[in-house]
Design a protein around this ligand. Structure first.
Ligand code: HEM
Length: 530
């Protein structure tokens, strides 16, 4: 069934062959090995920013992928072809097999239904109630680090602490669950979650066969086979999946009981009933029969939220700390702004609410500029099950010199949403688009930023994607980042360590020390008490 379809697609893709892109080193693998390996960050930065708004990326055996940052093409993809373009099936299948039916596993109508249920839970209205919890976890982080840091300066491996911070923050605010103190190794559950990203990377090349396996065998058989599979990585993934599932079930059971017992019991819980899952459960109880999420759906969301919320925010906070360490003047200006809003007026960070954090102009500028220059996802893939015609906001010149006004995308062609290209486009952000300059956010942005009409959920940037699968937790991520950075900068001075930090590609872009072959994040930095 498939072979004629693939043949048809490859034939139709010839119309895309003159689109500019990097040289193709091999007919068999295209640029796939260059683009998908832990050390591909530099290569990705080059290909996603240097070839224009549509980039041809040769893939396996003549297949063509396109990385697109053209705003009209993307808004057509998100709107007119809303139902056609989605995550590749193997992507959703992996999510479903490992963690159950969360948002990234759901497709079509089921995805829309889940988004409808979840979107209100992520509204700013509920986030306001979480600021105290974020403040508490950030203070725990500062207290934990204080014990390790001398007045003169000590090198600290920060990534471990920032991962634990993000996990604890999401544990308390999303699940109403604590993973325990930040200075200890963590529970089996937290360790299982942290192992997920690095383990998934090792399985990456095998993920596309999952839909076939699921078509051939029932899920129970596959899971049983995985637990005795002769490859340790598969057995490890199975164990992670079991661990996360069992713990999520236990947390959910306790929450359900507390809700049944009434308000007093809920207030005894860690999130005092203000965490995302408690809000979701209450909303579900009040919902109409037939529109409620099943227990499995909720369990799937819990695991997915933990995954989607921890590494992304801890890597983004790490990036801010690294940039502050490298830019002492920016760090000093930021510290002065936070002191002026707290210590200098007899207040502490616990006196600031959601809006007060968002309205510290320099803090906001630092956070926005770091997210613009260094999105944790450089690109995200979509595949359409029907042919599509995507018009371009400006024609591009093909390698044969001819102008291309629109793109015919044959069904089955992989499209990469090019977030990095859009965020660093000089025609949008100005000639200094490739520089990290928080000051750009303190003055009105160039008219070209609004004129570009970039599909975006936040600040005209593509970091949180756009369209039906945009990041549902972006306001949550921003609140957590602002609060964490404010606490850290108030308590510590950061300078770079003598170990060079390079960013590696796992599920997301994450920090590492040059020369290290570990896939776990590493971020040594010198810290002194401020
Ligand atoms: C700086 C931090 C974050 C960044 C840069 C980020 C970015 C993104 C991006 C680009 C996507 C789309 C991925 C794709 O289409 O393939 C996404 C999806 C998602 N994000 Fe985030 N994210 C962040 C933090 C969070 C947080 C804190 C949460 C939850 C509390 C969250 C929950 C989700 C979920 C559930 C999805 C899947 C949405 C769907 O499939 O409908 N993210 N995120």
């Amino acid at each position: 069934i498939v072979v004629p379809e693939v043949r048809k697609r490859l034939r139709q893709q010839r119309a895309l062959s003159t689109i500019p892109g990097p040289p193709c080193p091999s007919f068999w693998t295209g640029v796939s090995t260059q683009l998908h390996n832990p050390y591909a960050v530099e290569y990705r930065e080059q290909v996603l920013t240097e070839y224009g708004r549509v980039v041809k990326l040769p893939a396996f055996v003549g297949d063509i992928h396109l990385a697109i940052s053209d705003s009209l093409a993307l808004s057509t993809l998100y709107n007119k072809y809303r139902d056609a373009f989605d995550l590749p099936k193997w992507h959703s299948e992996t999510s479903n097999t490992v963690f159950g039916p969360g948002l990234t596993a759901a497709r079509g109508q089921q995805h829309s239904k889940q988004r409808k249920h979840l979107s209100p839970v992520f509204s700013v209205r509920y986030l306001r109630d979480m600021v105290t919890m974020f403040n508490q976890v950030a203070q725990d982080l500062v207290d934990t680090l204080h014990g390790q840091v001398s007045q003169e300066g000590t090198e600290v491996e920060m990534s471990e602490y920032l991962s634990r911070f993000s996990l604890e923050a999401v544990g308390r605010t999303a699940l109403g669950y604590s993973f325990g103190p930040l200075d200890v190794h963590g529970t089996d559950y937290s360790l299982a979650l942290k192992e997920f990203g690095p383990t998934l990377v090792k399985l990456h090349l095998w993920r596309p066969i999952l839909p076939w396996l699921k078509w051939l065998f029932p899920l129970d058989v596959l899971r049983a086979a995985a637990s005795v599979f002769p490859w340790k990585v598969v057995r490890h993934m199975q164990a992670i999946s079991d661990n996360v599932y069992q713990t999520s079930r236990e947390v959910l059971r306790k929450k359900g009981e507390a809700i049944k017992l009434g308000d007093a019991a809920v207030r005894q819980e860690i999130g005092e009933g203000k965490d995302l899952i408690s809000i979701l459960l209450r909303q579900n109880i009040l919902g109409l029969e037939g529109e409620r999420l099943s227990e499995d759906d909720i369990l799937g969301q819990m695991s997915l939220l933990l995954l989607a919320a921890t590494d992304t925010t801890s890597a983004s906070i790490t990036r801010v700390v690294q940039l502050l360490a490298e830019n002492p003047k920016v760090q000093e200006t930021l510290r002065r702004e936070i002191l002026d809003a707290t210590t200098h007026v007899g207040r502490t960070l616990f006196d600031l609410d959601y809006d007060a954090f968002a309205k510290l102009p320099y803090l906001e500028a630092v956070v926005r500029e770091s997210l613009r220059m260094y999105p944790v996802f450089y690109m995200a893939n979509r595949v359409s099950d029907e042919d599509a015609l995507l018009p371009l906001s400006e024609p591009i010149t093909g390698t044969d010199g001819k102008q291309i006004q629109e793109l015919f995308i044959p069904a089955g062609t992989t499209i990469w949403l090019n977030m990095l290209g859009s965020n660093r486009d000089p025609a949008i952000w100005g000639p200094d688009a490739h520089e990290w300059k928080p000051e750009r956010w303190l003055a009105p942005l160039p008219a070209s930023v609004a004129d570009a009409r970039t599909p975006s959920v936040f600040a005209n940037m593509s970091t949180f994607a756009a369209g039906p699968r945009s990041c549902i937790g972006y306001n949550y991520a921003l609140a957590e980042m602002r609060i964490a950075v404010a606490h850290l900068v108030l308590a510590f001075k950061f300078t770079p360590s003598d170990k060079e930090i390079v960013w590696k590609l796992g599920g997301i872009v994450s920090p590492s020390v040059r020369g290290s072959d570990s896939m776990k994040p590493e971020f040594p930095v010198v810290m002194a008490r401020a």
